[in-house]
Design a protein around this ligand. Structure first.
Ligand code: ZN
Length: 204
């Protein structure tokens, strides 16, 4: 497939897709550094991509509650649901908002706290070797076109930089924590995502 503008070729770092990755941080992402991370264990590199959803309060979009939650700054008296997550310290590397805006909380070289108790292909503690992307959403609300576009572009960039993340190594949180987690839910259109990702490869 041809585009009117040729894909930008690498001029320094990684510029082939819409995103530029520099030492674990995506230049185009708004940075909201979270304290909820630690170094990956020795020898661990990103080999798995985990897709999640989150919205705070659930089903309500916009606002900065997710960002405050991942930075341990959520006032849990603001909403009854927040009582359930009081004291919880979690994070993800990236969040894609309903508008498609990308927010980064943790450098990709670091271990974010998104997967919890989890197992992929017999290997536990998926946080050690994965990158976590949250989509602002719920298991039931269709995700936006802007979110699919941003997710495909980011995934393409991550796969270029971390080749171990093959297409088979992209999973939902529910796949690695079955019975405990349900996200990204039936609302996530895996076929559309895979097609969008293939289109990224064609235009590069
Ligand atoms: Zn999740």
């Amino acid at each position: 497939m041809m585009r009117a503008q040729p894909a930008q070729r690498a001029t320094g770092i990684w510029t082939v897709s819409e995103y530029t990755l520099d030492r674990g941080w995506l230049s185009q992402a708004r940075r909201v550094p979270s304290p909820n991370f630690e170094p990956r264990p020795p020898g661990c590199v990103p080999e798995l991509l985990v897709i999640h959803n989150i919205s705070l309060p659930p089903g309500q979009y916009g606002g900065d509650a997710i960002e405050r939650f991942f930075c341990n700054g959520l006032d849990c008296d603001e909403h009854p649901f927040y009582q359930e997550i009081r004291g919880v310290e979690v994070s993800a590397h990236l969040l894609i908002r309903r508008s498609g805006e990308l927010v980064q909380f943790v450098g990709l070289e670091q271990r974010a706290w998104h997967a919890g108790q989890s197992c992929y292909a017999g290997r536990e503690n998926c946080n050690d070797f994965s990158i976590g992307i949250e989509l602002e959403g719920t298991d039931d609300d269709p995700y936006t076109g802007a979110q699919y576009r941003a997710l495909a572009a980011v995934t393409f960039e991550l796969q270029r930089y971390y080749p171990a993340i093959s297409d088979e190594c992209i999973v939902g949180h529910s796949d690695i924590a079955p019975g405990r987690k349900t996200d990204p839910g039936p609302s996530f259109d895996w076929a559309r995502y895979r097609a969008d990702l293939s289109a990224q490869g064609e235009k590069a």
